[in-house]
Design a protein around this ligand. Structure first.
Ligand code: SF4
Ligand code: SF4
Length: 99
């Protein structure tokens, strides 16, 4: 009950503000590399990826993306990358923790 009330209060505070501040971490699709296979559309557990039938490419809805990385690993064309999660950035974080 308490957790439900807290979740509702958080949702209400976002609605009242009229804008949502997004975490910068999300997946992005390079439409020049996307082959239009639609594999990522089914892989995303948050239904954040849709397919544009006109352009024949997929795109990520940043508001829905939780940056889980599933689509990044699953794209056979290497067309998806996770912002702020390049190998260099992950190594830099690890180094920062170890220093
Ligand atoms: S899995 Fe990759 S190539 Fe296939 S639709 Fe998604 S982004 Fe495009
Ligand atoms: S990173 Fe995860 S949540 Fe975001 S679009 Fe890819 S599969 Fe969906």
């Amino acid at each position: 009950m308490a957790q439900g009330g807290a979740a509702a209060a958080l949702a209400m505070s976002l609605i009242v503000r009229g804008e949502v501040e997004m975490d910068g971490a999300c997946a992005v699709i390079d439409d020049k590399l996307c082959s239009g296979c639609k594999m990522c559309n089914d892989l995303c557990p948050y239904s954040a990826i849709s397919f544009d039938d006109t352009l024949k490419v997929s795109s990520v809805n940043a508001a829905l993306c939780k940056a889980c990385g599933t689509c990044v690993a699953g794209c056979p064309s290497g067309a998806i990358r996770a912002l702020h999660f390049s190998d260099e950035q992950v190594y830099a974080r690890i180094e920062g923790i170890l220093v």
